[in-house]
Design a protein around this ligand. Structure first.
Ligand SMILES: Cc1cc2nc3c(=O)[nH]c(=O)nc-3n(C[C@H](O)[C@H](O)[C@H](O)COP(=O)(O)OP(=O)(O)OC[C@H]3O[C@@H](n4cnc5c(N)ncnc54)[C@H](O)[C@@H]3O)c2cc1C
Ligand code: FES
Length: 301
C-alpha cells in the first residue's frame, strides 16, 4: 500500500464500485438467534447472537471496529458495536447498556429468541497495518466494548505486534466490564492498567483519570517507540480530547491514532442523514477515523 495514502482515503476510493453491493447487503436482514446471555454489570449485558442459516453464517464476516443493526421484531432497531473476535464467522457478541425502548426490552428475552441483524456497517481499525508496531488500546467506560474485538485480534496474532498495552478507565469499580478476561489478556504478554475515578471499599487499584497510567506508559521512551506506535481510542467524546492531546504531546503520529466516533444512527447506509458530522456520514466513512481526519472534521469531538 502507498504509505502516503491515509486509511480514510483508501476507504473512500474503494466505495464507488462497492456501493451498489454494499447497499444490497446493508438492507438484508439476517435471521439470527440469541445463543447466550451473560449479565456483566447491573446495566450492561453480553449477548451472543448466531445467524441461523449455515450458508449465511459462512458468508457473514466483519473486521474489528465495525457495528451491526440489531432488530427486535415489533420493538425497534439500533446500532451496536461488534465486541467479539472477527475470526469467528456468522456470530457476534454485543454488550448492550439499557437506556431506552429496545435496550430496556432486551433483558426480558431468553436464549433461543430470534432477532434480525443487518450489516456489518462502517469502517474498521486497520489491524494489519499495525503489524510490527507497538499498540496502545485505550478505553473509557463502554468503550471497552468496541475495543474487545481489536484486543481479540491482537491476542490471536500476538507475535505480529511489539509492546501491547491496554489502558482502561471507568467512573467506578462497579462499571468495569469483562472483569473475568483481564488475567487472560495479561497472560499473553499484554500489559493492562485499570483505573477508576471513584473507589469503593472493594477497590484496591489506582484512582484517577485514564491519562494518569497513559502518561506513565509513554514517559521516558525513545523517539523510535513513539514513531512506531499505533493507538486505538474508544470511549466518550470528552475522553478523546484529553487522551489524543496526550498522545500528541508524545509525538505519536496523528495518522496512527484511531478513534471510534458514535453518532445517532438510523439507516446505517448513508440515506437518512442522522449521523452526519459536517458533510461526512459517520455510518459510511466511520465510525472509525484516524485522528488527523477527526481534527479536520468540524464539531467531530
Ligand atoms: C456505531 C454505534 C455503536 C454503538 N454501540 C453500542 C454498544 O456496543 N452498546 C450499547 O449499549 N450501545 C451502543 N450504541 C448506542 C446504541 O445504539 C443506543 O443506545 C441505542 O440506539 C439505544 O436504543 P434504544 O431503543 O434502547 O434507546 P432509545 O429509546 O432510542 O433512546 C434512549 C435514549 O438514548 C439516547 N440515544 C440513543 N442513541 C444514542 C446515541 N447513539 N448516542 C447518544 N444517545 C443516544 C436517546 O436520545 C434517548 O435519550 C452504539 C451506537 C452507535 C451509533
Ligand atoms: S445512519 Fe443514516 S445516514 Fe448515517
Amino acid at each position: 500500500m502507498n504509505p502516503e495514502l491515509r486509511f480514510t482515503d483508501v476507504v473512500a476510493q474503494a466505495r464507488p464500485q462497492k456501493r451498489k453491493d454494499d447497499i444490497r447487503n446493508f438492507e438484508y436482514s439476517y435471521r439470527a438467534e440469541i445463543t447466550s446471555i451473560y449479565p456483566l454489570t447491573d446495566k450492561e449485558t453480553l449477548y451472543r447472537i448466531q445467524i441461523v442459516d449455515p450458508d449465511e453464517r459462512r458468508r457473514f464476516s466483519f473486521v474489528p471496529g465495525q457495528f451491526i443493526m440489531l432488530e427486535m421484531p415489533g420493538i425497534d432497531e439500533a446500532p451496536f458495536s461488534i465486541s467479539s473476535s472477527a475470526s469467528i464467522r456468522g456470530e457476534v457478541e454485543l454488550c448492550i447498556r439499557s437506556v431506552g425502548n429496545l435496550t430496556n426490552f432486551l433483558p426480558r428475552v431468553r436464549r433461543g429468541t430470534h432477532v434480525g441483524i443487518r450489516g456489518p456497517f462502517g469502517t474498521g481499525f486497520p489491524m494489519q497495518q499495525m503489524h510490527g508496531q507497538n499498540v496502545l488500546l485505550i478505553a473509557g467506560g463502554l468503550g471497552l466494548v468496541p475495543l474487545r474485538s481489536p484486543i481479540a485480534y491482537v491476542l490471536e496474532n500476538r507475535s505480529h505486534f511489539r509492546d501491547v498495552n491496554i489502558v482502561y478507565g471507568t467512573k467506578s469499580p462497579a462499571q468495569l466490564l469483562f472483569t473475568y478476561q483481564y488475567e487472560m489478556w495479561r497472560k499473553d504478554d499484554i500489559d493492562m492498567d485499570i483505573i477508576v475515578e471513584k473507589a469503593d471499599q472493594s477497590w484496591k487499584g489506582p484512582v484517577g483519570l485514564i491519562t494518569d497510567p497513559l502518561k506513565d506508559i509513554l514517559s521516558g521512551r525513545d523517539t523510535e517507540f513513539y514513531y512506531n506506535t499505533y493507538a486505538i481510542v474508544c470511549g466518550p467524546p470528552v475522553m478523546f480530547k484529553f487522551v489524543c492531546n496526550m498522545l500528541n504531546e508524545f509525538h505519536i503520529p496523528m495518522q496512527k491514532m484511531f478513534v471510534s466516533l458514535e453518532r445517532r444512527m438510523h439507516c446505517g447506509m448513508g440515506k437518512c442523514c442522522r449521523c452526519n458530522v459536517g458533510s461526512t456520514y459517520t455510518c459510511l466513512t466511520g465510525p472509525v477515523f484516524d485522528y488527523w481526519t477527526v481534527m479536520n472534521l468540524k464539531e467531530a469531538i
